[in-house]
Design a protein around this ligand. Structure first.
Ligand code: KG4
Ligand code: ZN
Length: 346
């Protein structure tokens, strides 16, 4: 199999399409963000997401083909996000992909969005060297909807090691930003402000730090922030806001980085990858690198553009299914929640 795969992603608030070769080279990756549509509401409005996907999906796919200079007849197959995600959003990309598959006769596979994130460190631009992560590795997936640690043993074999009991890390950033009146999405704003702040200004707890379990919990931290603001009032001035953001971010980052490194030790696996939107966080990238260097763990993180939702990661997950001759045909359904998998195959 040498031809590129067309990936289509519409699970949340990004309409995306990409063409990716078998070795992870991204020929094109087009992302139409809906931040402007959702920002006035301080979070994602599912109905608006579906409408925006409807408006954007066709031109996004056409733009991806054009940018890669690839015709549909020269594509190996199509990979589309099947779930998890917003049902009304998935129900735009999935039938669109089925329509393209029906018209072109190309094979079509439904890809798990989390599988896409887990393989995102392997993606590279044309001029970059191939990324050799090496199996098995431990993956910290931290996004707006999920926060979990996995052991990834091959392109398709994964084991869930532990996950959040409540909020996802990205959700914690988004809720904190909303509380502080910083807008949506919260992660990038808090990341930017935190860089100017003092992380020791406010002593927030580091969730589940002392416990041996591989799990996370962020709802208590959100409550601690809400109490802090109630007691002290909203931060006055830019420096006070930056200090509060830095302190909050420090707790989230410590929890994520420490548990990830702990999981590597427990799994006796000296390779860690950080994936998902929160992997774009500069504080997390730096702290994880610090902890990994101390204990001799190799850290790999995707380029920033492949941390947040994109279709290149979906295409690349599809590469590994299509290469085995798989074709889901036209009769598969979208799912909004990740199927319960402790150990399994994507
Ligand atoms: O992976 P993603 O694009 O979508 C999901 O699958 O959820 O992740 C989006 C999440 C949002 O919660 C956003 O606030 C967070 O990732 N995020 C960040 C950063 N960039 C995006 N969180 C912390 N720091 C960032 N720089
Ligand atoms: Zn995602």
């Amino acid at each position: 199999m040498t031809a590129p795969v067309l990936g289509i992603e519409t699970s949340c608030d990004e309409t995306a399409a990409a063409l990716v070769s078998q070795d992870g080279t991204v020929l094109s990756s087009v992302v139409a963000s809906q931040v402007k549509e959702h920002a006035p509401y301080g979070g994602i409005v599912p109905e608006l997401a579906s409408r925006a996907h409807m408006k954007n999906v066709r031109w996004v796919v056409e733009a991806a083909l054009r940018e890669a200079d690839v015709r549909l007849v020269d594509v190996e197959g199509i990979a589309v996000t099947q779930g998890p995600g917003l049902m009304g959003a998935l129900l735009v990309g999935l039938p669109f992909a089925k329509g393209v598959a029906l018209a072109s006769g190309l094979p079509l596979v439904g890809v798990n969005h989390l599988h896409g994130h887990l393989l995102s460190p392997f993606l590279r631009q044309r001029h970059e060297e191939p990324v050799d992560v090496g199996f098995p590795f431990v993956a910290l997936l931290a996004s707006g909807g999920h926060t979990a640690l996995y052991r990834v043993s091959s392109w398709r074999d994964v084991e869930l090691l532990g996950q959040t009991r409540d909020d996802a890390a990205g959700e914690a950033f988004d809720k904190a930003a909303k509380l502080l009146g910083l807008g949506y999405p919260g992660g990038p704003v808090i990341d930017r402000l935190a860089a100017q702040g003092d992380p020791s200004a406010v002593a927030f707890p580091v969730p589940i730090a002392s416990k041996k379990q591989i799990e996370f919990s962020f709802s208590g931290l959100k409550t601690a922030l809400a109490y802090h603001v109630r007691r002290n009032g909203p931060p006055e001035g830019d420096q006070a806001m930056a200090d509060l953001c830095a302190s909050f971010q420090r707790s989230v980052v410590e929890s994520l980085a420490r548990k990830a490194v702990q999981a590597c030790a427990l799994q006796d696996t000296p390779r860690l990858v950080l994936v998902g939107g929160v992997a774009a966080n500069r504080g997390l990238r730096a702290r994880a690198q610090e902890l990994c260097s101390k204990v001799g763990v190799d850290l790999v993180v995707p380029s920033l553009r492949y941390c947040t939702d994109n279709a290149a990661m979906i295409a690349f997950a599809g590469v590994h299914r299509l290469a085995q001759g798989e074709n889901d045909g036209l009769d598969f359904e979208a799912y909004s929640r990740d199927p319960d998998r402790r150990r399994g195959k994507f």
